[in-house]
Design a protein around this ligand. Structure first.
Ligand code: AFP
Length: 324
């Protein structure tokens, strides 16, 4: 709880990190990420929505905003003095910043996830995954922090350093002040966010969705991973999934930049995140741009997805992570 004499709304991000005894370098890093988001918001509201004329490793056309947001975040991290290596979803390879690993962090980030939604004025976000030292190719369970910033009707920042999940809102002065602490998710929910084409679902996933629909669960899907996960966190219930599809056994979402940080936050909030067979946080990425199927949210709903996949599919169909 906030200290006496201070209402929680006056506690800014740096104070909150200090009050949770987060070490100075990690506090500085998370605050630098928050600072970068202020320039990203500016680029969203004023930037050119055009195409940058370049494409990322996935062959996806990069929008001006993708490139701009990536540049803003990289510059901030580069000058932070606490980053050893960094990796962006928009780049092809790891960017070394400092050969010295001690007291430093390695950062994987998606600078503007869902950027294609900006030109239809839907919410988008920045997702950041933080490891201690120089190695980024580690299971997500070894993260020391995860952060996302949601650029929606309000700009909010959610972080965890393994001591609960906390939400901050950006005020008129562009400072992040505490909105709520220790967010928790119920064991079962009444909303679902189904990614991918339904006609390409495998038998286990189809059976899972049918069970949800028979329970009267409501469909809520924006096409943006950050707002869709944020909805589950703040409503305290729900499940998002972008499953293995008949034509995409690995699913669509990226393990390092999207799934590991969100799985860290959701598990910290008492939820679960699975690739359909095992926890996302236990997957060992073998290459930077690895994708994975994902079922993330209320524990019981994630368990039900795994049960349906076990019952109706074998490993071949379920896109099980070959390296796990
Ligand atoms: P982009 O960052 O390429 O726009 O993709 C966003 C995303 O990875 C994630 O934010 C959404 O959950 C997912 O794609 C939506 O995918 P569909 O458009 O296939 O539903």
């Amino acid at each position: 709880m906030p200290k006496p004499g201070k209402t929680k709304f006056q506690i800014d991000l740096r104070r909150h990190l200090r009050e949770h005894y987060v070490n100075e370098n990690l506090t500085h890093l998370i605050c630098e990420i928050a600072e970068a988001s202020k320039y990203i918001i500016h680029s969203i509201s004023t930037g050119d929505l055009g195409v940058a004329g370049t494409s990322n490793l996935y062959g996806e056309q990069q929008l001006e905003l993708d490139v701009l947001a990536d540049r803003i975040m990289r510059k901030r991290l580069d000058h932070s003095r606490v980053v050893a290596n960094m990796m962006s979803e928009e780049m092809d390879e790891i960017i070394p910043v400092s050969p010295d690993c001690d007291g430093k962090y390695s950062v994987a980030f998606d600078p503007l996830d869902g950027s294609s939604l900006v030109d239809v004025n839907l919410a988008v976000g920045t997702i950041v995954s933080i490891f201690e030292g120089c190695d980024l190719l580690q299971p997500g369970r070894r993260q020391v922090a995860a952060v996302y910033i949601l650029y929606g009707p309000r700009t909010t920042l959610v972080y965890s350093v393994g001591k609960g999940v906390h939400e901050f809102g950006m005020n008129m002065l562009r400072e992040y002040t505490l909105l709520q602490e220790n967010i928790m998710i119920k064991p079962q929910g009444n909303l679902y966010s189904p990614g991918g084409q339904r006609n390409l679902y495998t038998p286990g996933v189809e059976a899972f969705v049918t069970k949800l629909e028979k329970r009267g669960v409501k469909l809520r899907y924006s096409g943006g991973f950050v707002p869709d996960i944020n909805q589950i966190l703040l409503k305290g219930q729900g499940i998002f999934f972008y499953p293995h599809l008949q034509n995409m056994p690995e699913g669509k979402l990226r393990l390092l930049f999207e799934l590991s940080p969100m799985a860290y936050l959701i598990e910290q909030a008492g939820g679960a995140a699975s690739d359909g067979r095992k926890p996302i946080l236990d997957l060992l990425p073998t290459q930077i741009h690895e994708r994975s199927p994902v079922f993330i949210g209320c524990k019981k709903d994630v368990a039900m997805a795994e049960e349906m996949i076990r019952k109706f599919e074998n490993d071949k169909e379920s896109g099980v992570n070959k390296n796990s």
